[in-house]
Design a protein around this ligand. Structure first.
Ligand code: UDP
Length: 482
């Protein structure tokens, strides 16, 4: 019997990357007969309770690249600088690993995939003649915005937020410069150059495997195809939505928050979470609490430690010491006053199970792309509360007329980081849960849930896109062998 074709997938850290990478690996192994090696970085920790890498099917294995030191970086180096420096410094070890997999794996390596933060590694794969693809774990619009960064740097001199005209990416809703990803918002930060290199490194890929679907990004997919047909960009395969599947009740120990939800009326609970990494300032935490209280709505809030310096502090694990209870930072008497109507869960909750619970009627979210797709797949409308990375781009798309499943009060330009006051929080929460705009967003979310089901159905767009990709990968292999 011929050896199974072998795919290596390199992933950066964070649930937002590791979850979709594991899902893709499972799919390639179970449905397409690949052996898959997922390569991770020991230097990049992944916050989260249980790692998706702990429950992989036969045929999928994991290898970790050894620790590299970042002790020479300034303490306030941007999160993206830290992550991409690890990736850069671990390239020699990656080269050794790929060589040893090429030597030891019966089928060699059929294709080399990197997640959206690791395209620098494609050059190493190229040295060995491996076809390389980027698994882009966010929207096609974010990919376009990152491909645009080198041009942005070349053709403009001001900060993005001061750009006089809207940014018009092909097939995308118009953006304000302030909506572009946060690491390009400050030209004097070293991360700005890192983002330019990232944009250029994407062009080393044979193709982009994008965790999106037609119903969310139809016009963008059409425009991207025109560009790739002209040879401007490698082709994009829309393989989404890849989200973690809900754990069946019988195989999981039911989290107490799900038992609490069992006792709430259908569609009545607002779920509030800022992902695995998001943090609010102390003042903002207090205003959010007061706003939820004033809204009169039921809520389930995953509470992180506040951080006054960084909106992604939980990612770095710098938000608090382990014995510090995040609920301790909430306003005096808040827990008691909202008891029964609100439930607070420290640090981590089973999000997919929550979003699919009948009691949940809305999601106040940082708009991480995985949270977004999970909300889409569950048909739950959102209040967008973007914090960092590409989350503002996601908020623009979700609140646009095209998609219309999120309410978003865009902060005035240049005033990002200002506190959202309790009155605004309460108004947004009420509007989403019982207002007219919330109703419209709910209908649109329901439509997108149906589209997601169609995308995932056997023989549907996801399967077709993956089959097309696998066909191209084998074509490369055939050419290499001949
Ligand atoms: N997540 C979760 N429980 C939490 C927080 C996050 O299960 O309390 C999961 C969430 O379901 C999603 C991922 O972690 O799959 C977060 O990814 P996303 O892209 O939304 O945001 P990030 O954390 O990368 O900013």
């Amino acid at each position: 019997m011929a050896a199974a074709p072998h795919v290596v997938i390199l992933t950066s850290s964070g649930a937002g990357h590791v979850v979709p990478v594991s899902e893709l690996a499972k799919r390639l192994a179970v449905h397409h007969g690949f052996a898959v090696t997922i390569v991770t970085y020991a230097s990049l920790s992944t916050p989260g309770h249980s790692s998706p890498l702990a429950s992989l099917p036969p045929g999928v294995s994991v290898a970790a690249l050894p620790e590299v030191s970042l002790s020479d970086l300034p303490a306030d180096a941007h999160l993206v600088t830290r992550i991409l420096t690890v990736i850069d410094r671990a390239l020699p070890q990656l080269r050794d690993l790929l060589r040893s997999l090429l030597g030891s794996s019966p089928a060699g390596i059929t294709a080399f995939l990197t997640d959206m933060l690791c395209p620098a590694a494609l050059a190493v794969g190229k040295e060995m003649g491996l076809p390389g693809y980027v698994f882009f774990t966010s929207s096609l619009m974010s990919l376009l915005s990152l491909l645009y960064t080198p041009e942005l740097a070349r053709t403009t001199t001001c900060e993005c937020r001061d750009l006089p005209d809207p940014v018009l990416l092909p097939g995308c809703v118009p953006l304000h410069g302030a909506d572009l990803v946060d690491p390009v918002q400050n030209r004097s930060d070293p991360v700005y150059q890192i983002m330019i290199d990232l944009g250029l490194n994407y062009l080393l890929a044979e193709g982009f495997i994008v965790n999106t679907m037609d119903a969310l990004e139809h016009d963008t997919l059409v425009a991207f195809k025109e560009l790739s047909d002209k040879g401007v960009y490698p082709p994009a395969y829309a393989v989404g939505p890849f989200t973690r599947r809900r754990c069946p009740d019988e195989v999981m120990v039911k989290h107490s928050c799900l038992r609490w939800l069992d006792n709430q009326p259908d569609g009545s609970v607002l779920y509030v979470s800022f992902g695995s990494g998001g943090t609010l300032s102390t003042e903002q935490t207090g205003e959010l609490a007061a706003g939820l209280e004033a809204s009169g709505q039921r809520f389930l809030w995953v509470v992180h430690h506040p951080n006054d310096k960084d909106s992604s502090a939980a990612y770095l694990g710098t938000a608090a010491t382990a014995d510090d209870d995040p609920l301790r930072h909430l306003p005096e008497g808040f827990v008691e006053r909202t008891n029964g109507r609100g439930l607070l869960v420290p640090l981590w909750a089973p999000q997919v199970e929550i979003l699919n619970h009948a009691a949940v009627g809305g999601f106040m979210s940082h708009c991480g792309w995985n949270s977004t797709l999970e909300s889409v797949a569950a048909g739950v409308p959102m209040v967008a509360w973007p914090l960092y990375a590409e989350q503002r781009l996601n908020a623009v798309m979700l609140s646009s007329e095209r998609v219309g499943m999120a309410l978003w009060e865009r902060p005035p330009v240049g005033k990002d980081g200002e506190v959202v006051h309790r009155e605004e929080v309460a108004a947004l929460a009420r509007e989403l849960m019982v207002g007219e705009k919330g109703d419209a967003a709910r209908k649109n979310a329901g439509h997108l849930r149906d589209e997601a089901e169609i995308a995932l159905a056997p023989g549907g767009p996801q399967e077709r896109a993956l089959t097309a990709l696998v066909g191209v990968v084998f074509l490369h292999l055939k050419r290499r062998i001949e």
